[in-house]
Design a protein around this ligand. Structure first.
Ligand code: NAD
Ligand code: ZN
Length: 258
């Protein structure tokens, strides 16, 4: 049975989560890299996570340094096959069922791995705060560039791509540290946060701003806040329920509820 691996305290907390979801009219999901570790994609801040191996390349460094751009593309093409073969985990499936049941109008995610969409959440209900890693674009003229073309050239020349149209810098369509946030996604995330009675954050260390601001927006607007994450987060003290346990085991019982 799902969740049988959980200790007594966590089982009680999971039952409380099931109760809160049952009581709520509108649940908004908010996810971070931790929901995708079960799918084989490493997160940043778990022990041994990507953070301990490679510090992220800030946006201004990407812009100013050709070697930083080469390193960013090297890392991207190293990680892409891992993401390409990843399948949604139990956390993604639980959220997808909440969406299908009409209980969850949208999932706000910091992830760029497309797994919410793959789990069956309609694309228009996934709000990607940090963009999408499946294509690239020119930072100057905005024209779209396909990763397959970039990869062929990168592997033969070792050089980061520049835009053939305008000579601008080409970057994957994800948001780096220090880069402006996508306005429409921010607006949609704000609207969702303001209009729910339960805000469910799953697998985020809640330290990356401004994304980590949305649980506070929801809480201030009167929603209950639940945090499911293996490690403590800076927002635990304002949450109504904190569950420090494995996401898949905690979330899978949400399904039979529907
Ligand atoms: P994070 O790495 O800072 O935090 C992930 C959290 O998830 C950690 O606190 C960890 O304890 C927890 N966790 C991991 N596996 C878990 C599990 N099975 N059960 C319970 N908890 C688990 O991630 P973040 O807050 O999303 O911030 C990292 C940034 O890096 C984000 O901006 C995101 O865009 C990006 N990122 C994305 C991916 C992806 O798309 N899958 C992967 C790595 C990083
Ligand atoms: Zn261009």
């Amino acid at each position: 049975m799902a969740g049988i691996d959980l200790d007594l305290t966590t089982r009680k907390q999971r039952d409380e989560l099931v109760r809160l979801v049952g009581e709520a009219q509108t649940v908004v999901g908010f996810t971070g890299a931790g929901i995708s570790t079960e799918s084989g994609i490493p997160d940043f801040r778990s022990p041994g996570g990507l953070w301990t191996k490679n510090q992220p390349i800030p946006f201004d460094e990407f812009l100013s340094s050709a070697s930083a751009r080469r390193e960013a593309w090297r890392r991207k093409f190293e990680m892409d096959p891992v993401i390409a073969k990843a399948q949604p985990g139990r956390g993604h499936m639980a959220m997808s069922r909440l969406v299908a049941a009409g209980k969850m109008p949208g999932v706000i995610t910091q992830n760029i791995d497309n797994l919410h969409q793959l789990s069956g959440v309609p694309a228009e209900r996934v709000v990607e705060l940090h963009g999408n890693g499946t294509y690239a674009h020119c930072l100057d003229c905005g024209v779209r560039h396909e990763l397959a073309d970039i990869k062929v050239k990168f592997e033969s020349t070792g050089e980061a791509p520049m835009c053939a149209e305008c000579g601008g810098v080409v970057k994957s369509a994800t948001i780096s540290f220090g880069q402006a946030m996508p306005e429409l996604a921010m607006q949609r995330a704000r609207d969702l946060s303001l209009n729910c009675d339960l805000f469910l954050t799953v697998g985020s260390s809640l330290v990356v701003q401004p994304a980590a601001w949305f649980p506070v927006v929801a809480k201030d607007a009167g929603a209950r806040l639940v945090i499911v994450n293996r490690e403590a987060t800076p927002l635990d003290s304002i949450a109504d329920l904190v569950i420090n346990a494995d996401i898949g085991s905690v979330l899978s019982p949400l399904a039979p509820l529907m």
